[in-house]
Design a protein around this ligand. Structure first.
Ligand SMILES: NC(=O)c1ccc[n+]([C@@H]2O[C@H](COP(=O)([O-])OP(=O)(O)OC[C@H]3O[C@@H](n4cnc5c(N)ncnc54)[C@H](O)[C@@H]3O)[C@@H](O)[C@H]2O)c1
Length: 302
């Protein structure tokens, strides 16, 4: 079975290098027409270059179709203009990979408010603005595939990355409501936590690991998650050929009798409250209150 992207129009943000470039090249190789977005920033988000244009030239040289876009994901108007150009040229937008990113790593004690704000702006606001720019088109088409780039830092934390982790788990939160709102329009929304040797990680990975964690080994996960048969609401990890799934779960919890609903009562019940027996994946935010209602009803029926 070959997974094709013929007749699909894809936008990949931050595709002037690293992972985004690898996604754009493979999407184009498999038949998609690709908007290569990148403002060509340095790692901390400053500066400009023609990085997007270089990737478009690579795609064209290999016989594919692509257009460059130098807009910033932090500018909603530029994202709207990018989506409009793609639609005008190619008739629609079917796939969006929110991949653009920057880093301003510092311990929280040393992190300036500006460092926090710029990182959240690029990752979280950027993903929201780019998705907003294509959302109506996807709804009208009755087809859309959106991928959020999250991170192990968002899912588990990492020293020195409070800004980045907050933004990255925020993107999963965004995906979790968009998958619900998009479902009836055949819009599927997933999240991918990649690990790859790129300029973002070159100071962290030793040379051997840098090679093993090549961006190409993340590509299969990213492309499957934006393909026709993609799941929705998945959180996937990919790096060095290892592919994983992550979930947000909640346990069954316990119903405290009214006279125990005190700080001391809560403290005394902590072992039961934090017991993971019967953990279940949360599919919809409403489940928490429904579960509480069911427990109340069960208790009342006794
Ligand atoms: N490399 C990893 O191990 C790793 C791990 C977890 C998550 N990620 C995420 O994967 C994504 C890609 O990272 P990468 O490792 O390829 O790094 P990268 O620095 O090569 O790619 C990020 C790209 O985003 C572009 N960009 C930055 N700000 C932008 C803006 N405002 N508008 C448009 N483009 C902008 C940059 O110019 C750059 O080309 C990022 O979201 C990153 O946080 C990477």
């Amino acid at each position: 079975m070959t997974i094709s992207f013929n007749d699909r129009v894809a936008i990949v943000t931050g595709a002037g290098g690293g992972l985004g470039r690898a996604y754009a090249l493979e999407l184009a190789r498999r038949g998609a027409r690709v908007v290569v977005n990148d403002l060509g920033a340095t790692l901390d988000g400053t500066g400009h270059s023609d990085a997007a244009l270089a990737v478009v030239e690579e795609i064209r040289a290999a016989g594919g179709e692509a257009m460059a876009n130098g807009g910033s994901v932090t500018d909603a108007a530029q994202m709207a203009e990018m989506a409009a150009k793609a639609k005008e040229a190619w008739g629609g937008v079917h796939i969006l990979i929110n991949n653009a990113g920057i880093l301003r790593d510092k311990s929280f004690a040393k992190m300036e408010p500006g460092d926090f704000e710029s990182v959240v702006r690029v990752h979280l606001f950027g993903a929201a603005f780019a998705t907003k720019a294509v959302w109506e088109t996807m709804r009208e088409q009755g087809y859309g595939r959106v991928l959020m780039t999250t991170s192990s830092t968002g899912l588990g934390g990492n020293f020195g990355q409070a800004n980045y982790g907050a933004a990255k788990l925020g993107m999963v939160g965004l995906a979790k409501t968009l998958y619900l709102e998009g479902a009836k329009y055949n819009i599927r929304v997933n999240s991918l936590a990649p690990t790859a040797g790129t300029r973002m990680t070159e100071d962290i990975f030793p040379e051997e690991a840098f090679k093993a964690f090549n961006p190409e080994s993340v590509v299969p996960a990213a492309l499957y998650l934006v393909s026709d048969d993609a799941p929705t609401n998945a959180i996937v990890g990919a790096g060095a050929g290892v592919y994983q799934s992550a979930w947000l779960t909640m346990n069954q919890g316990t119903l405290l009798p009214e006279d125990q609903r005190t700080v001391e009562g809560f403290a005394a019940a902590w072992d039961r409250i934090s017991d993971r027996t019967g953990d279940a994946v949360v599919q919809n935010g409403i489940e928490q209150s429904m579960h509480a209602m069911q427990m109340l009803q069960k208790a009342a029926a006794k």
